[in-house]
Design a protein around this ligand. Structure first.
Ligand code: SAH
Ligand code: SF4
Ligand code: F3S
Length: 455
């Protein structure tokens, strides 16, 4: 890689002003994290970063393939770039990430979107200097979706979008093959970073003032199994908790099949870990969970929730739910609503099932209509509105720790997240951004809390 880095650097240094790159990541935080590394790599070889797409010399969309509408959005955006390319034929347009890892997508882009110069998949980040060199010298479309068995180099420094919140990948890939999901096909098998590399990164971040570390992986609680000296996720959490500093730890996402009482005990024992878990349910029906290949039952899921709440009454949960998995019946759907009522999630991310080419579920003949799926989705959202407004009311009068992130549309009102991962708003000035403050909650809405900063 070093050789091509030098060659690209040499070409770019001949330009009068440093060329600029624009990168946008879609999808999950893992993808956002990859995007930050790609920007780091581009900066190393001589690009500056811009948020203005029209002034960029290199445009990269780092894409997501998890649902069809994620892909449609990208096709739309790339289609729009045609005019830009006509006006400025020198601009380089690249597509990378999960969508680009699929052969049928590459074929479609090559055929229909000729303005694209660069296509590389999730295994080829280290190949970017070589690919760019090919585009710059040969003006041809460079493509690499080979499953190289090297992850992004530990040496590359990420260009992060926030100074006080950081995503740190602890593992890549997924072995679970949930029947609806494209991720294992586009991200490959599970592999973990070493604890040393993770601890070093967390230490550097927290030493430079980062207040919240989000550990990332498709199934974080299966961390460490592939290491030469296996280390469990709970052990890793304890090591990170032992790092000195004023910061909090979150993680995303654990898989219910691998969630143990030991993990809950670790979260509760470690003062820096937030007492909140995003625990994807997907469905409350055992029949559907089996068809999804999730490998847990609704009862096992509730055992985890109940154990956590038996130890910490306010332990909070958020979740992902898929509505309308092929042939989901009304009865199956009611089972999902039942669990939602039992758990009382503070937040849910719900998605209508989307057929993904190449997955097992794509082969099922689906008899449930789209209208029916839409109706179920509306009912589920309505129930969640009731649940969260009731759940949020409990916080009125209490004091929560809130890490403030930005100003809202209302001038002088700032928003952040509590340790429970609930949105909290309060009057303040811009000095609160990036700080953790104690906020006394005065009012609960069904999507957020409002309060007053007390110190
Ligand atoms: N690894 C994580 C989730 C990764 S994808 C986990 O196992 O929980 C994020 C969410 O997208 C999933 O939790 C699921 O709810 C949703 N999702 C994945 N594939 C989908 C599909 N084909 N249709 C609709 N939603 C999907
Ligand atoms: Fe997809 Fe399942 Fe892996 Fe999550 S655990 S990424 S839903 S296959
Ligand atoms: Fe999407 Fe890839 Fe993440 S498919 S959800 S960006 S792992």
């Amino acid at each position: 890689m070093a050789d091509f880095k030098d060659r690209v650097r040499k070409i770019l240094s001949k330009k009068e002003t440093p060329p600029l790159c624009f990168l946008h990541s879609f999808g999950c935080q893992q993808n956002v994290s990859d995007g930050e590394k790609i920007l780091g790599l581009l900066c190393e070889i001589g690009y500056g970063v811009t948020n203005d797409i029209s002034s960029a010399d290199l445009i990269i969309y780092n894409t997501c393939a998890v649902r069809e509408n994620a892909e449609l959005k990208i096709y739309g955006l790339v289609g729009n770039l045609k005019h830009l390319k006509e006006q400025n034929p020198d601009v380089i347009i690249g597509i990378c990430g999960c969508m680009a890892q699929q052969e049928h997508v590459v074929e479609k882009i090559k055929k229909t979107y000729k303005q694209v110069d660069l296509i590389f998949g999730t295994f080829a980040l280290n190949e970017l200097p070589r690919l760019l060199y090919e585009v710059l010298t040969e003006r041809k479309t460079a493509v690499d979706i080979t499953e190289h068995n090297s992850d992004i180099s530990e040496e590359i420094k990420a260009v992060r979008s926030s100074g006080f919140k950081a995503g740190v990948p602890i593992m890549y890939g997924c072995n679970n093959f949930c029947s609806y999901c494209i991720v294992p096909y586009v991200r490959g098998r599970e592999r973990s970073r070493t604890p040393e590399a993770i601890l070093k990164e967390v230490k550097e971040l927290t030493d430079s003032g980062c207040k919240e570390i989000m550990l990332l992986g498709q199934n974080v609680n299966s961390y460490g199994k592939t290491l030469e000296d296996p280390v469990s996720f709970s052990e890793l959490l304890r090591m990170i908790n032992d790092i000195d500093g004023d910061f909090k730890i979150r993680f995303m996402s654990p898989h219910p099949k691998d969630a143990t009482n030991e993990l809950i005990d670790t979260i509760i024992d470690c003062d820096k870990i937030c007492k909140h878990m995003h625990l994807p349910l997907q469905s409350g029906s055992n029949r559907i969970l089996e068809a999804m290949n999730r490998r847990y039952t609704a009862e096992k899921y509730m055992e985890i929730v109940n154990y956590a709440r038996s130890r910490v009454h306010d332990f909070s949960f958020s979740t992902d739910i898929i509505v309308g998995f092929p042939n989901e019946t009304e009865e199956d759907f009611r089972e999902t609503l039942k669990i939602m009522r039992e758990v009382k999630y503070d937040n849910i991310f719900s998605f209508i099932y989307s057929k993904r080419t190449g997955t097992k579920a794509a082969l099922i003949e689906d008899k449930t209509t789209d209208e029916e799926k839409g109706r179920r989705m509306r009912e589920l959202l309505e129930l969640q509105r009731e649940i969260s407004s009731e759940f949020f009311k409990r916080f009125e009068g209490r004091t929560l720790d809130v890490l403030f992130e930005s100003e809202t549309k209302n001038k002088g009102v700032f928003t952040g997240k509590s340790d429970e991962f609930i949105i909290v708003e309060a009057k303040a000035d811009s000095s609160v951004i990036g700080r953790r403050k104690k906020v006394k909650i005065t009012k609960a809405f069904n999507w957020a809390l409002q309060g007053e900063i007390i110190n």
